[in-house]
Design a protein around this ligand. Structure first.
Ligand code: ZN
Length: 488
């Protein structure tokens, strides 16, 4: 168990997303140079660590970048992602067992460094004296990012970079008709921005920053690759009605009795998985589906058709060396009184069908506290339900900020608790973006609540790294007058 954080001196920036701190001591009055006169003493047995740190210090600080002196001692405990950082009059020291821990340590120092005082232009940085020993609360810490046709591509890169800076280690990227498949070009909107080259660039960027990108394709419901409600848009059928046999008549679900559906989805999965660098996970969606309605699908019990479909795709993902992830909601019975205040869209037959699914599937249990979005729920029985059925389970909050910390704590203590996925949907903007990222990062690292200033400073670092030139790509709204944020 971790000891409580010990904060010797608190400054306005002391509370940062994703610093948990078995020990966390800082003195805001005693700063030391962090510039070209500094040599960071790095102790890490990973030979990739020193070159990575050196090149990134150079990228962030240019001519006044500190130098790096490498040793191989490492850290006694804390795993691959843990780190220790010490700053005092004798210098700056980082210890970690692997490059991952060095990355997190360097982000912490970067967030705490400020420009040296007394000049017009920056002439070096300074760091408060501090002592931090830290490691993540959860091994799997993800954000879920939706790439809508309306999303500025720059926003996706900002979201990936910021997630890494806040020490998330995975980002699930769900294109909403925006992935330009070369195998099946009819499956996306015209001028889809997520080209093969752009995807490879973002995947490589994420890898360098410490965040692995996971692809997603909705393989059951949401087959329109559009939102429900009133949009009625379909990224395939609106412009390519000739592909109608692949979908149920309404277009919302894929037609699961058509063998061509499984073939097309496997080809799409293979293409995206390879484009993403063959990561260890692939999200196949499966939320908010409707009962199948076509004359062929209705010949087979719905649950049998669906489970066979999901099992086939998950076996295919497994054959590629990865694990499939699915949303949970079709596998909770909406009539079950235990789930009164929880998200559920299934029935008793689906619950029985769970037993037929391969157990290496990761269930992504999205629970948004719809009854009370401000509630602080301590118990998460749906997570236990799936874990007891033999699945790994990821807890997935959204804007239920107060529930994030207890949900993360519940996952840690639950056998089968796999990780934490912060979903963002169409709210990757405005104060919601800020709160989702900050509170989720705090929960995933077991930190106390961070100060919002750290979000602003971190976002500005991202924009500096991207060298943004457009007013629309600064801050967390596109524009300030009028705000484009409508509340929905
Ligand atoms: Zn059908």
């Amino acid at each position: 168990m971790k000891q409580h954080s010990r904060i010797v001196a608190f400054m306005v920036l002391a509370s940062f997303a994703s610093i948990a701190g078995q020990t966390f001591q800082m003195d805001q009055k005693a700063y030391v140079p962090f510039d070209a006169s500094t040599t960071v003493a790095l102790e890490c047995p990973d030979s990739a660590a020193a070159p990575w740190l050196e090149s990134h210090l150079k990228e962030w600080y240019g001519d006044y970048a500190p130098k790096v002196a490498a040793g191989v001692t490492g850290l006694a405990a804390e795993g691959d992602e843990g780190y220790a950082a010490n700053v005092d009059a004798s210098g700056v020291k980082i210890k970690a067992n692997a490059l991952a821990g060095v990355k997190w340590a360097s982000y912490t120092l970067r967030q705490l460094a400020i420009a040296k005082r007394g000049t017009m232009k920056t002439d070096g940085m300074i760091l408060p004296t501090l002592s931090i020993t830290d490691s993540p609360h959860l091994a799997f810490r993800a954000v879920h990012l939706c790439w809508f046709p309306e999303t500025r591509p720059q926003q996706i890169e900002r979201a990936i970079r910021l997630a890494a800076l806040l020490k998330f280690n995975y980002a699930i990227v769900e294109p909403w008709g925006t992935y330009k498949s070369e195998k099946h070009p009819w499956r996306c909107w015209p001028n889809a921005p997520m080209t093969k080259a752009e995807t490879s660039r973002l995947v490589a960027l994420g890898k360098d920053l410490g965040i692995t990108l996971i692809p997603q394709i909705n393989c059951y419901g949401h087959a329109s690759f559009s939102r429900g409600g009133g949009s009625l848009k379909h990224s395939a059928l609106d412009m390519h009605p000739e592909y109608a046999p692949l979908f149920e008549p309404s277009g919302w679900n894929w037609c699961l009795s058509n063998p061509e559906t499984q073939r097309v989805l496997r080809e799409l999965i293979a293409e995206m998985h390879e484009n993403f660098g063959n990561p260890p996970f692939f999200h196949i969606g499966c939320d908010e589906a409707e009962p199948q309605t076509c004359p062929e699908c209705t010949k087979t019990p719905n649950v049998e058709l669906v489970c066979r479909h999901i099992a086939g795709l998950s076996e295919f993902v497994k054959s590629r060396g990865a694990r499939a992830m699915i949303w949970h909601d079709m596998f909770l019975d909406k009539k079950d009184p235990r789930w009164k205040d929880f998200v559920k869209n299934g029935n008793a037959e689906y619950v029985e069908g769970l037993a037929t699914l391969p157990k290496d599937i990761i269930i992504c249990d999205w629970q948004y506290s719809y009854g009370n979005m401000k509630g602080k729920r301590e118990e998460w029985p749906t997570i236990s339900f799936f874990a007891e059925k033999g699945f790994s389970v990821a807890g997935c909050p959204w804007m239920n900020y107060n529930a994030m910390k207890p949900m993360a704590d519940y996952i840690v203590k639950t056998p089968g608790g796999f990780g934490f996925i912060e979903t963002t949907w169409h709210r990757l903007r405005g104060k919601e973006w800020r709160l989702m990222y900050m509170r989720a990062a705090d929960a995933a690292w077991g930190s106390s609540v961070s100060h919002d200033v750290s979000f602003q400073r971190s976002l500005r670092m991202v924009d500096g790294d991207m060298k943004v030139k457009d007013y629309l790509d600064t801050g967390y709204y596109n524009t300030q007058i009028p705000s484009e944020y409508s509340g929905d």
